[in-house]
Design a protein around this ligand. Sequence first.
Ligand code: IMP
Ligand code: MG
Length: 180
Amino acid sequence: MTGVAEGIGQVLFTAEAIQTRVRELGQAISADYAGKDLLLVTILRGGIFFLVDLARAINIPLAIDLMAISSYGPGADKQGVVRIVKDLEEPIGARHVLVVEDVIDTGLTMSSLLRHLAPREPASLKVCVLLDKPAHRIASLPIAYRGFECPDVFVVGYGLDYRQHYRNLPDLAVLKTGSR
Ligand code: IMP
Ligand code: MG
């Protein structure tokens, strides 16, 4: 029987490169949101690694909150629509909300999430993503802060998983698949 063995391939962004970029993003966000009521919103689970580093690179007051979502499977007419499994604890009306996400691929997840949040009338609603994978973008959406543009490969590490594994890798690396 043929199976698939996966492993870690090429490192795209090292832990050091990630930390350098996160510091730059933190400085930009600190300047842009100075004097504003900033709330960082992250989606469980992949985004939390990026969130905790980014939050510590921001030197203005901020609050954090977490959401969990699940997507409807492919094929259904609800493809690209997310269901909120765990909602925010914080009210976001009149606050400056920055959604912090690990990766945007098709953009369907993020655009659906933004459609959930926008009716709550935040003062502003923007996106900060670590990895922007534009190759398969279906839903175009504005990205205010981008860590890295990423080629069309499946990436693991620094929060990103393959079947719940590899989140704890310090680097961002290509997932290698091979037959055995
Ligand atoms: P979307 O295609 O932009 O809706 O992305 C949906 C989700 O797919 C992301 O939030 C990730 O959980 C996952 N995803 C997309 N690309 C990758 C990848 O390269 N590695 C790990 N997860 C990914
Ligand atoms: Mg995700």
